[in-house]
Ligand binder design. Sequence first.
Ligand code: ADA
Length: 553
Amino acid sequence: MIRLFETHNIREQKELDGMWKFIMQGVDKEYTMPVPGCFEQHPDFLKHRGIATYSKTVYVKYDTNIRLEFKGVSHTADVFFDGEKVAHHYNAFTPFSAVIKDVEKGTHQIDVVVDNTFSEKSALHIPNDYYTYGGITRPVSMEYVGDVYIKNMHFTPSWNNGKWRAKVLVEIENLKQVEITANISIDIADTVSNKEFSALPNSVSNVEFDMEFPKVLAWDNKNPNLYMLNATLNVNNTAVDDLIDRVGFREVKVDGTKLLLNGKPVYLKGFNRHEDYATVGCAVPLQLMAGDLDLMQDMGANAMRTCHYPNDERMLDLCDERGILVWEENHARGFDLAKMQNPNFERQCDDCIREMIENHYNHPSIIIWGILNECASETDDGRRMYKAQYDRIRSMDLSRPCTSATCRHFSDICLDLEDIVSYNIYTNWYENDDIKERNNKEIDWIKSANGGNKPIIISEFGAAAIYGYRSRAREKWSEEFQADLIKESLSVYMNDTRISGVFIWQFADCRVTEEEWFHTRARCHNNKGIVDEYRRPKLAYDTVKEMFKKYGN
Ligand code: ADA
């Protein structure tokens, strides 16, 4: 399943999920591997870093153009069609596609060379406090597209003088050397609009609609009203292509220290969630994604942070349906300046931001774009890169506030660049202090460092507990200690009117790389989950449930 709804009625789409042929460089054996999937789930590759080739033959029903879409390959992909290279992509967490023109009817072969090794070529996937898996880890599809087709569509709602309006921007690509006269028809919430346009040869055309919707119901975390948005492309009065998405009418704004959803202050009670599950790695199937949200909502959460990378779009679809408010961020965790100065870093970050926004723009659940978790925001060159990334986001989307989770306490020089100030704070885990006093010091400093008069979010706090380790001494690493710290922290943070939201670190235990992290991560896991990697609840589960229900709207 690619999305939680059909994205085409006219365009033919075939999902390529299933068993693919698999060979691993240096291993003299042929396997079949599930797609989506991580090759680490196979006993021969439990912690393997290498270069593998996935292969599949497909039958193309007509002489046509085909479009291959990969929702995620970890972490570098080179795609070949009948032996010809048609795509290269870096980063496990953003989609990419390839259009292959003039394909003959018949059987063809797709080969995907997948690389999950660490090297200087990979500035974002490095040994880290989460695991970089290997594989075609998200869904793959093959589509038949005509000489002109709909490449993308962005929906921007706004509330104007007591009514909802929306701009719809449709991107159409002409694959032919000749100009094509065409018509785009938009249908949403019983409102239809049409526009003629001319698709210039070998080019992408943009057609924009500005429409009014006097009767629609707003989307918010309590009433997540969704509408299907259908775009149909007509040539010579024949429907030749279409694209369907699902959208919501909502506005998110910052007003002084308040985060507003549809004009009303909203308090975020959230979790940080890695895409990681004990038996399937990062290739988390829909049923386990839904299960994670069931548990988060059972604990009273209304928000989720996609730490530290763009998420599988089916998770965002689930958040749209459930009214879960999402902070989605680009792929970055804990890069000091030296790592940020890797020659590939800036381009790889920019590609990730662009692909994240291009593909996830229409999700009403995404209310915040984040960048560069705990990177070198205390340095001048770091600031240059932070600014460039905020500029990139704002060049693509002015409808959402931006932020970055910092740990450069009392030294950050980038607070003026963001719309929301967010910080990760582990009082009484990494450093012992009075939680309330330490937080007051943090906020007092923020106000002195150009972070004043902005909403404040505590993007991470928490403690580790080994599942099943119970101790009447309630010492660190016990479930009791974790529950105590969560309770004390939430009673401070959720009672501080200067704070607009909290994200607990973290929802579930996740695997980390053995390289560089084994010594501070028992079991080679980050054990700060409120549930373990099998989603078995720790004592803190009921503490979170009690506290989230007690405080916050
Ligand atoms: C940082 C980081 C998280 C995780 C956390 C921890 O805040 O953003 O990814 O590593 O620390 O568990 O220490």
